[in-house]
Design a protein around this ligand. Structure first.
Ligand code: ASP
Length: 435
């Protein structure tokens, strides 16, 4: 426990120093030095997390599924998990839409700032819009389901954007092993159990260097964000302040109302233990902006600090990292309406209901990597008749909001894992022996 606390504090220190360094380095023009000598340590940390995400998901789901007594349990846990994930995303969207309609941040953007932002970010916005159209252009209504089934295991394992395919393969392998006679299944099962144990050890090793990784990632991100923006980050923040407040307020309300209500009334988990327990994962999510990269840490803290059984965490969390993105959905709702408000386009109730539907689907399809949310936002904007070029207005502050929405995304995953574990009697509420 002592060591654990020390690690928490070190990661927080890394985070704070990274933020401060980023701002100072941008003001003194240390960009080149930072990208040559500091950013690589962040990149190594991020790569290491991604490196173990695929083997971890494969090994933990296969062993989890194969250890079930029958497949009914799998469909029960699966159905419950997906249902709760969708419900929390809808609540997040309603909160986002309520805030953006009440605050109307789009009305606060002066015309000259709008012109300036459009001019500055239009090339970048076009690039993202093109990417989104290429990715989504020719898709039929069932393409998302088709995409879940890989035609090549190594192909899906080679990209962190295909985590849902890895989840699919792992469940299939697990079910097949479950159906084999025990002695035939045993060698492979022992292999995956051993792989699982090894990967968990690697997570522990990576967490030891997390403070340095977090520092380097934040130092580099903040140097870049501050340098890239016209007139500096602070002016930009001033211009888009209301929009940022709307997104952040939404995220805070969703975490502090929706998740705490679930935890307080539907599980025996105390809020203190929950939030202290998942703090390391939240810090990693904030610095990596990727729920996929954070997944190994989320699983580790859910099991060790929250007492969620491995059976539940190994299934619910990888699924959550890929299909449950409450923070992203909330941000998409706020951003879509904000852009419409700024451009003077009125979005009626119908259009806003359409945003809810599209954002739920988008959050399922959004890859758990940095900036994936804004690509899906393009699709939402196009569907409700707002020019996709409007994302130019928000691109400058997107990275910062990405960090925050990713924290909300993984907090949602951990909340649902706790709820599912509690409903399955698989939540160990005894005081934890943390790593
Ligand atoms: N970065 C987010 C995540 O990985 C996705 C997004 O909103 O861009 O959870």
């Amino acid at each position: 426990m002592k060591w654990h606390k020390k690690l928490h504090n070190q990661i927080i220190l890394g985070l704070v120093l990274g933020l401060v360094y980023g701002v100072v380095s941008a003001s003194f023009g240390w960009g080149q030095f930072t990208s040559n000598w500091i950013a690589p340590f962040g990149a190594i940390f991020l790569r290491a997390l991604f490196l173990i995400a695929v083997p971890l998901v494969l090994a933990s789901i296969i062993t989890g599924v194969a250890s079930l007594s029958d497949t009914h349990k799998l469909s029960r846990i699966g159905g419950k998990t997906i249902g709760i994930y969708i419900a929390t995303t809808v609540v997040a969207l309603i909160i986002g839409l309520a805030i953006v309609n009440l605050m109307r941040p789009g009305d606060a953007v002066p015309a000259e700032v709008q012109e300036q932002l459009t001019a500055e970010y239009s090339a970048m916005a076009e690039e993202r819009a093109e990417f989104a159209t290429d990715a989504m252009g020719e898709r039929g209504p069932l393409q998302a389901i088709v995409d879940m089934v890989p035609n090549n295991i190594f192909g899906s394992a080679s990209s962190n954007r295909n985590m849902l395919q890895v989840v699919f393969v792992a469940i299939l392998f697990g079910i097949a092993l479950l159906m084999l006679p025990a002695e035939r299944a045993q060698p492979l099962l022992s292999f995956f159990e051993s792989l699982n144990d090894m990967v968990i050890k690697i997570v522990e090793i990576i967490m030891k260097v997390a403070p340095i990784g977090v520092f380097a990632l934040l130092a580099d991100t903040f140097t870049q964000v501050s340098q890239d923006n016209l007139g500096g980050l602070w002016q930009l923040m001033e211009a888009l302040g209301f929009y940022m407040v709307a997104v952040l307020l939404g995220l805070v309300l969703h975490v502090s109302i929706t998740y705490t209500t679930i935890l307080k009334f539907l599980t025996p988990m105390t809020l203190k233990r929950f939030f202290l327990g998942i703090a390391p994962a939240q810090l990693v999510a904030f610095s990596t902006s990727s729920s996929g990269a954070t997944l190994p840490v989320t699983m580790e803290v859910a099991e060790k600090n929250l007492g969620v059984s491995e059976e539940v965490s190994s299934f619910v969390l990888p699924l959550g990292a890929t299909i449950n993105m409450d923070g992203t959905a909330l941000y998409q709702a706020v951003a879509a309406v904000f852009i419409a408000q700024t451009l003077g386009i009125a979005l009626g109730l119908g259009a806003q209901l359409e945003i809810i539907l599209l954002a739920v689907l988008a959050s399922i399809g959004t890859a758990a990597v940095p900036s994936a949310g804004i690509i899906m936002l393009v699709i939402i904007l196009q569907s409700v008749g707002v020019p996709a070029a409007g994302i130019a207005l928000i691109l400058g502050v997107d990275r910062i909001l990405d960090m925050c929405r990713t924290v909300c995304n993984i907090t949602g995953d951990a909340t649902v894992a706790t709820l599912v574990a509690s409903s399955e009697n698989q939540l160990d509420v005894a005081p934890q022996h943390t790593t």
